[in-house]
Ligand binder design. Sequence first.
Ligand SMILES: [Zn+2]
Ligand SMILES: [Zn+2]
Length: 231
Amino acid sequence: MELTFLGTGAGSTLGSKRFKSGVLVSSGTTKLVLDMGSGANYRLEDLNALDVQALFVTHLHVDHFSGLLDHLVVRKLKGLPTLKVYSPPGLRSVLEAVKLAGNNVGAEVEEAELPKAKVGDLEVYSVKACHSIYAVAYVVTDGRRRVLYSGDTTEPCETILEEARDADLVVHEASCVTGCDSWGHTGVRELLDLIPREKLVLTHIPSWLEAEIIEASVGARVAHDGMRLNV
Ligand SMILES: [Zn+2]
Ligand SMILES: [Zn+2]
């Protein structure tokens, strides 16, 4: 499996250095995306990877799905197949409102409390995350290796920590250095005590806290937009 970070910023990030959440996962001819915040869609275009087969949305905060709207327009213009989108309940009504407002775009949306699907070579399932609104975390596996993507969550979140034990790589949000649990997020200091550093890759980094988070992340990797990892 190969991971490419499309967007590694948090909702509060300003500017284009770190776009909003998105990770491209590919294996052979299979390509899927975990979250598509604003800007993540442009990274996908830069990578010439518009033909992704599926998108998995963790939750309905705009920094995790708003890039989808532009992506659907481009797909339509390019004549690409309808995108399969897996999401917790709520996304279908957002897309219906966009369509009603006069946009000729659509996707095949499958909503579930715990979305799961097989896409080409990859199997994806979800567990409940611990966030300020209903949210899930995703596990992607090619049958050999497992990647856990937290989406937005406060730690300790038992469901996520349990999946982290079996994961080869954990892409986890780190929205502050310490003490952001009351906003539904995780601080890097708290996280480093819970998940082995060597399998951690931190994302969802507010640009104004980037230097402090990098400094506090000793032993763990901090993702940046465009970063690629082989798992
Ligand atoms: Zn977020
Ligand atoms: Zn959120």
